[in-house]
Design a protein around this ligand. Structure first.
Ligand code: TXA
Ligand code: MG
Length: 315
């Protein structure tokens, strides 16, 4: 199988909805990264997502809803959850909530909770209008463990021979995956930092906990070595060593191979991060300049630490 690539637009969305309704796999652009979508009501389609990505079956998927008020069909909505939905959906925030009515054993990988997100994308409205109501499971459209895709070419490189269709809407605006917040009654825990920061959430949540150090990880996919290029990655690099590719940030005297943002803009850096890691993944090691640990820089540093972590499968 070789995936067809269609430019985003009404007719491409129609084709996508047809394929999804028939149990096929379609890569869709979102405001964060490209996702690999399947009908969340079709267990075989969900299994095909795990198989295409080579994803461990213990790692649950995010359920993407077509409208904020569909959340109650998949999850139990506490008053705190309702407040977050009202203020942040649609947008790059995923909520982990108690599952409603045993919604899906496969999407949740057997967990009692379900991750819910309403992406801020054009196709959501288009699908809804042509009568495809979803929800969709949609992990990032990369081989498990690799960096997420931020353009159609990245998706094709990882999954082009394993899926039916890729909708091409150019580069994703955000560039890193959604913020994940787990809500348990009136408690909120940040499972994955993203462009919506803890400071953005705080006014609505009160206190936000971080997962306990050493706790059996609460987001099963947040393994230390996730989001990794093949190359070794060296962080906080203040010089380019021989044989390294250097990824700069802001003004620099170093002869950089790429710069995440010459002007030192963290949002621009986030949107360039994964494309830069893929482009510099040429066999040489990658050295990355220090990135300020503020705002979306917190999420960038989180992903960079994972990219630099030891790989469990390597000899
Ligand atoms: O921005 C995004 O969230 C993208 C786009 C495509 O929407 N999706 C995405 O999905 O990043 P994925 O599967 O690559 O990452 C989802 C993360 C994984 O680390 C997974 O373990 C965690 O969410 N997760 C999913 N369901 C969970 C649950 N019930 N409890 C805790 N963590 C969960
Ligand atoms: Mg992923």
């Amino acid at each position: 199988m070789t995936a067809t690539i269609l430019k985003a637009g009404e007719s491409a969305y129609m084709r996508a909805a047809e394929i999804l309704s028939a149990g096929g796999l379609v890569a869709l652009p979102t405001e964060t990264v490209y996702g690999l979508a399947a009908d969340a009501a079709n267990d075989d389609a969900i299994k095909a997502v795990y198989a295409a990505k080579g994803r461990p079956s213990s790692n649950p998927l995010i359920c993407h809803i077509m409208a904020p008020d569909h959340a109650g069909e998949v999850a139990q909505i506490s008053p705190l959850a309702a407040r977050m939905i009202e203020n942040f959906f649609p947008g790059p925030l995923t909520l982990v909530l108690p599952q409603a009515n045993n919604f899906s054993e496969y999407a949740s990988a057997g967990h009692a909770t379900i991750a819910v997100r309403c992406p801020d994308t054009e196709w959501r409205q288009a699908f809804y209008e042509i009568g495809f109501r979803g929800p969709l499971v949609m992990p990032s459209a990369n081989i498990s463990g690799h960096v997420s895709p931020t353009c159609a070419e990245h998706v094709f490189a990882d999954l082009g021979d394993k899926i039916d269709l890729i909708i091409d809407a150019g580069e994703c605006m955000g560039g890193i995956e959604s913020t994940i917040l787990k809500i348990d009654g009136d408690r909120a825990t940040l499972l994955r930092p993203g462009s919506i920061t803890a400071a953005d959430l705080a006014p609505y949540v009160g206190q936000i906990d971080l997962p306990r150090k050493g706790a059996k990880t609460v987001a099963p996919g947040m393994l230390k070595s996730h989001y990794a290029p093949k190359a070794k990655v060296r962080l906080n690099a203040l010089e380019k060593r021989r044989g390294e590719n250097y990824l700069a940030f802001g003004k620099t005297d170093i002869l950089a191979d790429l710069n995440l943002s010459a002007s030192g803009d963290l949002k621009e850096a986030a949107s360039n991060l994964y494309a830069a890691l893929r482009e510099l993944d040429t066999g040489s090691d990658i050295a990355v300049a220090p990135i300020p640990d503020t705002g979306v820089g917190i999420a960038i540093n989180d992903r960079l630490r994972r990219a630099a972590a030891e790989r469990p499968n390597e000899p």
